[in-house]
Structure formats: structure tokens, C-alpha cells
Design a protein around this ligand. Sequence first.
Ligand code: NAD
Length: 329
Amino acid sequence: MRNEPIKVGVIGVGHLGKHHVKHYASLQNADLVGLLDVNNSQAIKISEEFNVPFFTDLKLLLEKVDALSIVTPTPIHAKVAEECIASGKHIFIEKPITQTLDEADRLISLAEEKDVLIQVGHIERLNPALLALKEYKIKPRFIEIQRLAPFTVRGTEVPVVLDKMIHDIDILLSLVESPLKTIKASGLSILTDSVDIAHARIRFSNGTVASITSSRIAKEEVRKIKLFQQDLYATIDLLKGLTEVYNIIETPEEIPNALMTVPFEYNNSERFIAYNKPPLIKGDALRMELDNFIRSIQGQETPIVSGKAGRDALEVALEIQQLIIQDIH
Ligand code: NAD
């Protein structure tokens, strides 16, 4: 276990990368050594804003750090990450881990060889509304997930499945402990050359079914999960930060702290619906992710989303994308 600060660098300081810089600059256990961006004026801007040196040569930055965040556009993740791992550095790589499964597998095996960590930025895993479910025994039978967003050019270098749906695929794989059985998918392009709207129906071997819809052409942003299981229904609003849980119970005493308990009769027996809004532990999810990354390097924690988890979400996303393309043609 190490206690001294971990020397970090950030590669790619655009829309999201500048937030990595902001958090590392104020995390106690991180020593932000430098940043790098192929767009020089952006690098200078962020360097001045946060008073952090900028580098123009990756090799020079690599000589000075233990770990790096990779926040470049997705098609460049694999190339940059490989160079970092090959020189023995731990990496936090934004989602999706890479564009192809081969690239992800290569990074994972290289990281094993070099004995370094890969953590993937599936930030929704740290969404307080999702974390609030931890106090319940979750064994979903049916899950419906919706992620809609107004159109922006950012992210359109990959199809909506790799940009948006992959968040929900990762959440789903973390909630359901069973291998996948079948996937059906459809989708279409509206504004870009790739798929902008996608729907997937996923069946797991244990019978759990999930329906996921993602769109980057919507009037308003929506990020919602509805989860159904024996005697429990939960709605999770990832955007508004609201989790609501309805439990079916035999007596009101089973959940004495319910906000509301309503009786209902079915098949000549009375039971109760107990409604609760579990308290959310508010926090900045990106800061929590980066803190977890640093602590994992120090040996105090393990990455919340490992390279393997990022790779597994990518595998499902690519299969969905392929099914959509087959469906379109
Ligand atoms: P962006 O275009 O705003 O920023 C990317 C930056 O990387 C740019 O400044 C660009 O100049 C720089 N860059 C490009 N090639 C480079 C290279 N070879 N070396 C160094 N810098 C390079 O993009 P963004 O929206 O910040 O997205 C970056 C990544 O973060 C993407 O992989 C995206 O999927 C991911 N992302 C994740 C989330 C999330 O919720 N976790 C949200 C947004 C973006």
C-alpha cells in the first residue's frame, strides 16, 4: 500500500478532459504533473486556467507520471492507451474503452503483462441515484432503460450504441448476474452517417429481460431506469437524482420507515405497498471515479469499473450495433 500522492497526467483536455484536470488539481492524493492535447491552443487554455504545465511530447509526459487519464475521442483511445501502458503507466480511460474488441483485449493483456491498472470511465455506476439501490436486494426480472439526448456533434464519431447505450449496457451487466442468452436490436440513422436511435432487447440465461432505448435526437434529455422483480418495483432517474422504491409486503411492520404504506387486496388476501425514497449520498461522480482510480493505484481500493468490465460492455454494444446494421440492410 502506498500513501504518497500519485503523479498523474491528462491526455485530451476538451469538453470532459478539462474536468479530469480540475479534479486531479484538487485531489489530495494526486499530484497533477501535466496535460497534453494535440490542439495546442486548447492545451494552453486549460494549462493557464488550472496552472498546470502542458506537454507537446507524450514521451516527456510519460517520463514524469505514474498514471494518466485518456480523454481523447474514442477512435484514438487504443493507440494512446497502448503507448501509456507499454511504458508501465496505470490508465483511466474514458468510455467506451476502445472502438474494437481486439483493441480492448490487447490493452488488457498488455496491462496484465506490465502489472498496471486499467479503469474505464463508466461514470453512471457512481450516479448517487443508482448507488441508492445498494441497500435493497436487487434481483431484476425486467429492466427498462431510456437514455435520450438532444443532438450535439460531440460523440458522433461513433454510433449512439457506443456513445450512449454503452452506459446502460454497463449498468445492466452490473445488475444482472447471469450470462447473456439472446439479443434483438433495431435502430436507424436520422442526422448522421451512423446509427442515431437504437433499441435492444436482451434476454439473460436466468430469464431476466432488458429493454434499452438510446437516442441522440430528442427534445429533452432523459436518463431513466425502471426495474421490476418479485415484490419490488424501482424507478431511478439518473438525471434528476431521484430513486423511488415500491415494496410489496405482508405487514406494514416489515418496512416501518416507509414514507407511505397502502393496503391492497388480491386473491382474497390483503397485502401492502410500501413506498420509499432512499436518501442519495450526493457527490460528484467524476471526482469519485478519479479518487477511486488513485486509491486503487495506492492499493487501498479496487477499480469500480475495471478494464474487463469496460471490455464486456463493449462486446455487447458491438453485437447490438452489428444486429442493427443487419436489420437496416
Ligand atoms: P472533445 O472532442 O471535447 O475532447 C477531446 C480532446 O482530445 C480534444 O481537445 C482533442 O484536441 C484531443 N485529442 C485528440 N486527439 C488527441 C491525441 N492523439 N492526443 C491528445 N489529445 C488529443 O471530446 P469529449 O467530449 O471530451 O470526449 C472525450 C472522450 O470522453 C470520448 O471517448 C468520449 O466518449 C468520452 N466521454 C465520456 C463521457 C462520460 O459520461 N463518461 C461524457 C463525454 C465524453
